[in-house]
Design a protein around this ligand. Structure first.
Ligand SMILES: Nc1ncnc2c1ncn2[C@@H]1O[C@H](COP(=O)(O)OP(=O)(O)O)[C@@H](O)[C@H]1O
Ligand SMILES: [Mg+2]
Length: 303
C-alpha cells in the first residue's frame, strides 16, 4: 500500500447554534502517496485549515473516513489522537510556534523527548543533524526572538522532522515571512521532499509555493479538485478573522497536547529545563488565549 493518506467522503460541518450550520468540507476524496509534495489552495474560508486539522487529528470530521499510514484515525479518542499526532504528524504553522524560552536546539529536541525512543545523547545528536539539514547549526543556541522569521520557520521544520513523521502538514508556512525568506523555506521543503522522500501537505495562498510542489490541488465548494477554479474571490475581512481564529484554535490544541507530554516527562527531565519549557508553553498559551478573548469581545460588540 503506497498511499500514505486516504480520505474518503469526508464532511465537516460547524454548528453555530440556533439552527445555523456551516458545511465546510462537503465530501472530500483524496489520495496521497508517500513522497508527494502536495499543496492545497483556495480562497480564505474555503476550508484549507479545516482539512489540514482533520488530517492531522487536531479536529474530527463530521463523517467520512481518514486513513493515515494504514491507520483509520476517525474512531480514535482524544488520547489516541494525541499519540497518533506525536508519532505520525509533523506540524508547521504560520506563526512557527517555537517555545520562546528554549534554544533552537532544545526546541528541536522536544518532540524526541516526548516520543521516548532515543537516549538523551542520541536526541542531542539527531537535533544537531536536523539543524544542519536546515542550515542553522550556527544558530543552534539562539532563542526564537534572536532569529528571523525565516530562520524560526526552518527550526520549526527541523522540529517537524524530528520523529520521522509519516506526513508533515504546513498551514500557510510562508504567510508570515517576506518573499526572499519565503523562497528559502519553499526550497528547503522541496529539498527535504526530494532527499528524504518526506511527504508534505501544504495549504497556501502563495502561488510560488504551489508552483514548487509536485501536485497543486484546490478546494472548491468543499471538495478537493485538481483543476483551479475559474476565479478567485478573496473573502471579506470578517472571514479572515475567522480563519485566524481557526488557526489559533489549532495551535491551542497542539500546545495543550505538548503540555500533557511535558508533564508526563517531568520526573525524568532536568528541573531547570522542565521549568523553562513549561513556562515557555504557558507564555504561548496565554498569548493565544488573549487573542481569542479579544476576538470574542469584537464578535459580541458587533451583535
Ligand atoms: N470552529 C469553527 N466554528 C465555526 N465556523 C468555523 C470554525 N472554524 C472554521 N469555521 C468556518 O469554516 C470555514 C472554513 O474555515 P478555514 O478552514 O479556516 O478556511 P481557510 O483555511 O481555507 O481559510 C470558514 O467559513 C470559517 O468561518
Ligand atoms: Mg487557513
Amino acid at each position: 500500500m503506497s498511499n500514505i493518506v486516504e480520505i474518503d467522503n469526508v464532511m465537516k460541518t460547524y454548528d453555530l447554534g440556533e439552527g445555523i450550520k456551516v458545511k465546510v468540507l462537503r465530501g472530500v476524496d483524496l489520495k496521497i502517496e508517500k513522497g508527494e509534495f502536495v499543496t492545497i489552495q483556495g480562497p480564505s474560508g474555503s476550508g484549507k485549515t479545516t482539512l489540514l486539522n482533520v488530517i492531522g487529528g487536531l479536529d474530527k470530521p463530521t463523517s467520512g473516513k481518514i486513513i493515515i499510514d494504514g491507520t483509520d484515525i476517525t474512531p480514535l479518542n482524544e488520547k489516541e489522537l494525541a499519540r497518533f499526532r506525536r508519532e505520525k504528524i509533523g506540524f508547521i504553522f504560520q506563526a512557527y510556534n517555537l517555545v520562546p524560552l528554549l534554544t533552537a536546539l532544545e526546541n528541536v529536541e522536544l518532540p524526541m523527548f516526548f516520543a521516548q525512543k532515543l537516549s538523551d545523547k542520541e536526541i542531542r545528536e539527531r537535533a544537531i543533524e536536523l539543524l544542519k539539514l536546515v542550515g542553522l547549526e550556527k544558530r543552534m543556541n539562539h532563542k526564537p526572538t534572536q532569529l528571523s522569521g525565516g530562520e524560526q520557520q526552518r527550526v520549526a521544520i527541523a522540529r517537524a522532522l524530528a520523529n520521522e513523521p509519516a506526513i508533515i502538514l504546513g498551514d500557510e508556512p510562508t504567510g508570515n515571512i517576506d518573499r526572499a525568506m519565503g523562497q528559502k523555506v519553499i526550497r528547503l521543503i522541496q529539498d527535504l521532499n526530494e532527499t528524504l522522500n518526506q511527504t508534505f501537505i501544504v495549504a497556501t495562498h502563495d502561488p510560488a509555493v504551489a508552483k514548487a510542489s509536485k501536485r497543486a490541488l484546490y478546494i472548491v465548494d468543499g471538495k478537493v479538485v485538481e483543476k483551479p477554479p475559474k476565479e478567485y474571490v478573496e473573502a471579506p475581512t470578517e472571514k479572515l478573522t475567522r480563519e485566524r481564529r481557526q488557526l489559533l484554535l489549532a495551535e491551542l490544541g497542539w500546545l495543550k497536547t505538548s503540555l500533557t507530554y511535558l508533564k508526563e516527562k517531568k520526573t525524568e527531565m532536568d528541573p531547570q529545563r522542565y521549568r523553562r519549557t513549561f513556562l515557555g508553553y504557558k507564555m504561548q498559551l496565554e498569548r493565544i488565549k488573549r487573542i481569542i478573548k479579544k476576538y470574542h469581545a469584537l464578535e459580541s460588540e458587533k451583535n
